[in-house]
Design a protein around this ligand. Structure first.
Ligand SMILES: NC(=O)c1ccc[n+]([C@@H]2O[C@H](COP(=O)([O-])OP(=O)(O)OC[C@H]3O[C@@H](n4cnc5c(N)ncnc54)[C@H](OP(=O)(O)O)[C@@H]3O)[C@@H](O)[C@H]2O)c1
Length: 307
């Protein structure tokens, strides 16, 4: 079975993955890495080891990963600056004797014309992991449905408008919890070395369709407004969102920078993220959950934002 070290363990994805492994009786096999170990006191109380580690302090990661057989490398949050951080994490894994790295990558990154800024970080990280000689599994996650419905959704409900530069491009948004469940299935299972999975929701939809679904399920009239990249930048600028990434910064409940979000919208508009796979169903033995189910589960929260 062996030990599993998880980076980003205190984050939303990391917590769900950790809980999934604990539910399989693996608490004693888990090493959770954080810059602030006190954030994971609840997991330590359940029997997990919690160790200090920082992507920007390579030596700290060698110590954090000591004794681990597998690494769940949850990508860092500083878009555009993650390759060096991930390289340091992979170097630490090699130095610590880790055998297999499972990495949270992103869909649609093979096409160099894909304008999404996140593409560079992920394709380069996949490349450096292959070059490391470690066994690997790449989980290419689609756009998190939670990011749009739970974080952007309340603003849409309050204004009555879903404004986006994604046009009528389609994507198969996926529940973050399903992504984390797939990581658990890979880490606890066998035979995933050398595999790349597209972790997507069950259907392709554009934001006009998602807006209509949200209006139908909440009973609140909403309109979808397609804008160009300049207008999308202007909207984020007016909200005070930085163009470039800043660690650990939230503006209006949004933790991302606008270069990331605007190029992301352009990637959707251009069809670069229009990938729908049944890898989630194959890994979990049940279908991926839908955007409609996420809206239905959060109707009260969304209606509350409208009021
Ligand atoms: N597919 C999508 O649509 C989508 C959307 C959003 C995010 N993502 C990706 O998914 C990942 C996980 O998302 P999430 O929601 O779990 O993020 P989150 O809740 O913001 O958590 C981020 C995690 O990154 C860790 N971290 C940040 N900087 C670090 C550093 N310098 N050294 C070590 N750890 C560091 C934090 O750990 P400590 O603070 O405890 O050190 C925290 O646990 C993100 O990082 C991002 O790459 C994908």
């Amino acid at each position: 079975m062996g030990k599993i070290v998880i980076t980003g363990a205190s984050g939303q994805y990391g917590r769900v993955a950790t809980q999934g492994l604990i539910a399989q009786g693996r608490a004693g096999d888990l090493i959770l890495m954080s810059r602030s170990p006190e954030k994971l006191a609840d997991m330590a109380a359940l029997g997990c080891a919690v160790r200090y580690g920082d992507y920007d302090q390579p030596a700290s990661m060698v110590a954090a990963m000591a004794g681990a057989n597998k690494l769940l490398l949850i990508s860092g949050t500083r878009v555009g600056a993650r390759v060096a951080q991930h390289q340091a994490a992979v170097d630490a894994a090699v130095a610590a004797g880790v055998g297999h790295v499972v990495y949270t990558s992103f869909i649609g990154i093979d096409d160099p014309a894909n304008p999404a800024e996140v593409r560079h970080d992920h394709i380069e990280t996949e490349r450096l992991i292959r070059a490391s000689g470690l066994a690997f599994t790449f989980l290419r996650d689609a756009h998190y449905a939670d990011a749009m419905i739970l974080m952007a959704g309340p603003g849409v409900m309050a204004s009555g408008q879903w404004i986006s530069n994604a046009g009528l491009g389609r994507e198969a948004m996926v529940w973050r919890d399903d992504c984390a469940a797939c990581a658990v299935a890979v880490l606890a299972g066998e035979g995933h070395e050398g595999r790349t999975y597209n972790i997507t929701g069950p259907q392709l939809q554009d934001f006009a369709e998602v807006t209509a679904l949200m209006a139908e399920l909440t009973g609140v009239p909403l309109e979808y407004v397609a804008v160009d990249d300049d207008a999308q930048y202007a909207m984020f600028d007016a909200m005070g969102i930085p163009r470039r990434p800043v660690d650990d910064q939230y503006v209006g409940a949004i933790p991302w920078n606008s270069d990331d979000m605007v190029t992301f919208g352009a990637a959707i508009r251009g069809g670069f993220l229009a990938i729908c796979s049944d890898d989630v169903a194959r890994l979990l033995g049940r279908p991926a959950r839908s955007v409609g189910e996420l809206i239905a589960d959060n109707v009260d929260l969304l209606r509350g934002a409208a009021a």
